[in-house]
Design a protein around this ligand. Sequence first.
Ligand SMILES: [Zn+2]
Length: 206
Amino acid sequence: MELGDLLRFSHCGRTVFTDADAGLLLRCPECGRAPSLSLAEAPVRLRAPVVNGHRTGCCFLVTSRYGAVGLSEESDCELHVGISDSEGAVWSYSKSGVRRQRHGWEQSIAVPLVAPGDCIPDWDMRLEHFATLDEWTQERFEEQREFGSCCYGFALGFINQLMTSQGRRPITKEHFTSDLVLPRVKAASGYLAVFRYVSRHGYWTA
Ligand SMILES: [Zn+2]
């Protein structure tokens, strides 16, 4: 399932979520009338909280083997994280060592690592160099897993190498996760739940 945009509007004292393609056919599920274009009722488009990771550059990305569906908090499927280079190829550490992928990250949560339009010189070269370090070989994957790092260790290790090279303090996994990753995963999970309901029933009201 691909996550799409939703429309949200208020009517009959309720907040209604529906498919972004409902457009002119938009009706309140309570009274059957179309919402007016007044400020209070006008529909607002909500962007799906996932992006195509291959259209990002210099981002930390989170995805799952099952795409957006696996990003749900109830899903116990393991999340996979990686770093995109300036061309949208995604580098990540897995059982088979470091991979550079052009496909597979189409439904990702993205955490930009540089300001929009900005770029860190040699980003790609640094990433490539970091990926060839002995730490990230296929043989050492199980060992890294024991420490609970794996794909996370690779991505965060790269970020921290950049931070220290810029004279900044490295960021801990706990800090990075709680401040930057978990809030986004939580938001995506909530959005996914509403989106699934809307796909089945047409509306979700709160
Ligand atoms: Zn109504």
